[in-house]
Each structure stands twice: as C-alpha cells, then as structure tokens.
Write a protein that binds this ligand. Sequence first.
Ligand SMILES: [Zn+2]
Length: 405
Amino acid sequence: MAAERLTLLFLLLACVLHFPVGSLRTYRGYKLFQVTPTTDAHANVLRQLKEESHEMEFLTGLKRNRVTTFVVPPSETSWAHDLLVDHGMKIKTSDLQSLLDRERQRVRSRFAYAKAGRTKPPLSHDDYRDLDEVDKSLGRNPEKRVIIVEALTHAREWIAGAAILYVIDQLLYQYKMNDGDARRALDMYKWIFVPVANPDGYHHTWAEDRMWRKNRRQMHGCVGVDINRNYNIDFKGTEKRYTRNCKTCVYAGPEPFSEPESQNIKHLVESNLSRLQAFVPLHSFQQALFAPWGFTKERPTRHEELDRVGKLMLQTLLSFGKKYEYGISLDLLGYPVSGDAADWVFSMAPWSYTYVYELRPGNYSSCTFILPPEEIVPTGKEVYASLMTMVREMKPVETDHDEDN
Ligand SMILES: [Zn+2]
C-alpha cells in the first residue's frame, strides 16, 4: 500500500512538474558584443550601429568609458566586428546560444529531478521558477485539490479556534523541518483555513457572554442565528422543533444562507467545488469524529470509504490516550442536525471526505466549553495527527467534476 501511495504521489508530481514545452526560438550564430567606448569617436560609431541596424539589440545604454553590451545577429557579426576593430575598439564576444543552452540544460535536469519524485522545497532560491512553479510556490496551483478546515462557527467552542491555529502552525513548522506528512499535505493540497467562521459571535463570547453560540443577527426581539443550521440542506427539517424558534440556540434563520457567515463558507466551497477533496469543521465538545449525514441515518454511497479513512483517523486520535468515538452524528449525538455545514457541503461534493470533529472534553466532563488552556496543545496534537492520517489515506478525488457555477 505504501509503495502504491508513493507511486501515486510521484505520478501526481510528474503531472504537475512537467517541463514547459514550446518551440523555443534559437539564437544560433548570434553574438553578444561588449565594447567600452573610450573616445567620442567610439561612442559615435556605436550610436551609428544602433541607429542603422534594426536587428542589433543594445541591452545597455551608451556612455563613454562604460561597457556597452549588444546582441548581434549572424548576418551582421562580421562587418560589425571589422568596423569596431577598424576604429580601434577592443571587443569581447560571447556566443549567445551557448549561454542559453547551459541554462536550459540546468532547468531540464531540475525538471527530471522533480519528475523522479525528488522535489526541493518550492521556495528554495537556487534556481529560477517557471510560471507553474511560481504559482505552486504561492499556493495558486489550479491543479491542487482543496482541503477546507473551519472553526468557531459556534462562538463558545474556543478550543476549536485554538486547535486550528495549532494545526496551521504545525503544518508550516513541520514542512520547514522536512517532515514527510507535512510535505505531502502541503505539496499535494491547497489548504483553506477559516479559524473564526463566526467573528461577531466569537467577540461576543469574550466581551459579553462566554456561552454564546450563534452569530449576532438582531431580529424581532431575538438575537442570533445558529450558522450551523443555516445551510440549504434539510433546512428547518428534521430538527424543526428547535430550529424554527428564534429564541433557541439552534435557530436556523429566516431562510437558507440568510447569514453572511454561512454565505462565506458557501462561496469558499462553490468556488473550489470541482477540486474539493475534504471539508473539516471543528466543533466541541464530545471527543468524537462524525461522518455524513447529520440529518438522517441513511448512509451515503461512499460510506465504506469514508468509514475506512474515518476509523484510521480515530485510531490516531485514540493513540494520544483520550477516548474518542467515530460514527454518524445522529448515532453519537442522539439527535438529528438540520441545515448544517458538513451535510450541505457533502450534498454538493459527495466525492469529498467530510468529517466533523467534536473536540475535547468528553461528554463526562463538567468543563464543557470552558476547557483549561493546558489542553490546547494536546488537543491540537490530536487534530493535527489525525488530519495527517486523513491526508495519507485519502484517495485523491477526481478533479473533472462538472463545474457549472
Ligand atoms: Zn459546535
């Protein structure tokens, strides 16, 4: 399996790091002339050359006692050379094509190196980068599949925000340390992190009400919409008793996507839809990992694959010593969830790996959302390691899904 995955990775790299093919113009016979005009007469001869020849290209300015460099085409090298020598000028010439060939050879061997699966850090500064590579370095590779991780949709779940920051930090640090998992994660995927999906609500939990869950929408005597009930899937459906009442903490809002926070995620998902590999919302608390769906017990067609990866993620979570569970939320929560982000995303991208984390503490704990900060790093480690398991185990999704938006 490991060998197969490695091969797959190499194949992907080979596809991405292709040598730029095109019919490169050759400069066979072209010379670079370098001359230093030491008198006005010299400068005038050079000026005359510049004005009369449309094919010579002066790469530098023309000034007494300064080296002037210009490209001379094959048809003009002989008479230009004679003219300059006749006026007593010393000329240094180089073969332009040899210079270009040397550069090309170096670039070719670098691409061959990459094709064999041996990549250098994308931001190493030992050579020039073509457009593809620059885009890759900037994370703009349109070929890359996308992983979206979001947190703090529910304002009071502070550990989710702290854990996502830990994951970002670790990914960058481990990448720099040349860690294989982090390299795979960042080389293969474009990661989009939304550390605070509900900024108004989160601020409110710091300023006024630590237990606030929703956003801060003001409406007819009520405040706040539960963003994680505001998505267009089973909207105010199975969970209708609570989600239709604006006084409850799971009020779904007047209509799907009525809230800017859910619209933001919708935009992110839709603009990356055909390449969406994984969608991972972080919540707390329960110490559980959920696979779709939240609103029904029916399992999606790909549930075996989701379970395979999900159970391996669970193994990683368990390896840190805390009791986590894996399953569908309806089983583990004990109630259906209507209009939530994960279900909507999975309905849009059924090929994706969509998992919802419910982080520390476990249901048994009385600290609920008020998790001591000493648990931030241990929780972050659990999330980071299990995400790396996900990255290792996921089969890259096809990227040719119809994109009709
Ligand atoms: Zn939550």
